[in-house]
Design a protein around this ligand. Sequence first.
Ligand code: IN0
Length: 448
Amino acid sequence: MGKITQLLTHPDELKAVIQMLGFRKHLHQREAQSPTLKRCYELLNMTSRSFAAVISELHPELKDAIMLFYLILRALDTAEDDMTIDPTIKVPLLRTFHDKLKTTDFAYLNSKDKDAVVLAEFPIILAEYHKLKPEYQDIIKDITDKMGNGMADYILDEKFNLEGVHTVKDYDLYCHYVAGLVGEGLTKLFVLAGFANKDLMNDDFEKSESMGLFLQKTNIIRDYNEDLEDGRSFWPKEIWSKYTSELPTFYKDLSEKSQLDGTYCINELVYNALGHVKDVLTYLLMVKDPSSFNFCAIPQVMAIATLALVFNNRDVLHKNIKIRKGTTCKLILASRTMPGVVQVFKQYIQIINHKSPVEDPNYLKIGIRCGEIEQFIEKMYPTPGSIPKEAIRLKQSGKTDDIEQYIIARKSVDEQVAKEISAEEFNINAVLLSIFLVISGSIYYALN
Ligand code: IN0
């Protein structure tokens, strides 16, 4: 189906696209930029268009720090990903990458990767990195150190290279290095800037870890086909071995049995990823600054929408599937407040639950996990008119647990943003009404 037809058949998404194009209020305006800073934002745009837009709206206090954090991690990832770099060069490069941050001139010119430009122009990144507050520099350097060493360990791990990820514990550890650590770094930046509740640092970064793992696991499930074509896979054997003796079977063997097994395997992986949802929602609840909240929430709502799309979907075994552009716009707009985010999660959890086939060996546990998440959401934001007994009991006893305390703290932020959103809604509705009147007027005129 063409993109226009897709939009016309989903009017809510059409409205979201128009709203994104011109009616959305920007949280922070652009500031004057030095030539090197300007180039950094160009590099960001070249590596990730959509995410660059989200970063550019961050609060000025953290915007450049997070942009540089992203570019430095992208450079590290590019070095790791480039199969043309010999391991004897690559391993020491990854292990000492954080030391390069102390220099002003490090560049790597021999990469053939699609993002090679970030390694080639690394001195530009360094120039801006050194202008950051020393505390921000330290956080970025520390995470680069831990991630670079974690990546190097995997390159030297023969078993990992030949057979991929073994146990679910190994799967979590791999995701920790490439994504969980990002969560730890971002949390430290948010807390230091006073943008997030400092309790996020008192749980051994468990919720921060879940933020990264939820994103990375979603990518890994979705990218089965692409990764297999590149000769690798990150699906853990402990899970896929229940459905096949060799992972590429799902791709090669088109028999009904093999395709069904492949889908059940996807479903178990989705079940595993859903284990992070409660942490993700609690984390988001604790991010106070609206622009940082937006930055954190957008990738998470995209992830839950992607999980609902890949769930019980055998197409994943053969091609790359993606959520529609219109859906993306709708999700971005919904990500501005906590009630909006929670609503999106609730909707997709229900979709997953309804899609779950009774024949699937995971049917029961998926139902239980979806139910738990729904209950958690209901406790966070009770559906109007259905105050849960538990909440009444807590209120009467004067006892409120942690979550409730965070919900109360968030309320004023969300109310402020909600006011701005309704003004915006009014404008977009007025424009849509005018367009409708002009079109129907023209038709009337033409017919008479
Ligand atoms: C990210 C994460 C990210 C953002 C916000 C909060 C986070 C908290 C914990 C961990 C990660 C967090 O978000 C990006 C999102 C992204 O890049 N999306 C893609 C989407 C697409 O279409 O491909 C994009 O290109 O726009 C993300 O995926 N990662 C990331 C990397 C660095 C930083 Cl600073 C933040 C990568 C990863 C591996 C999931 C951590």
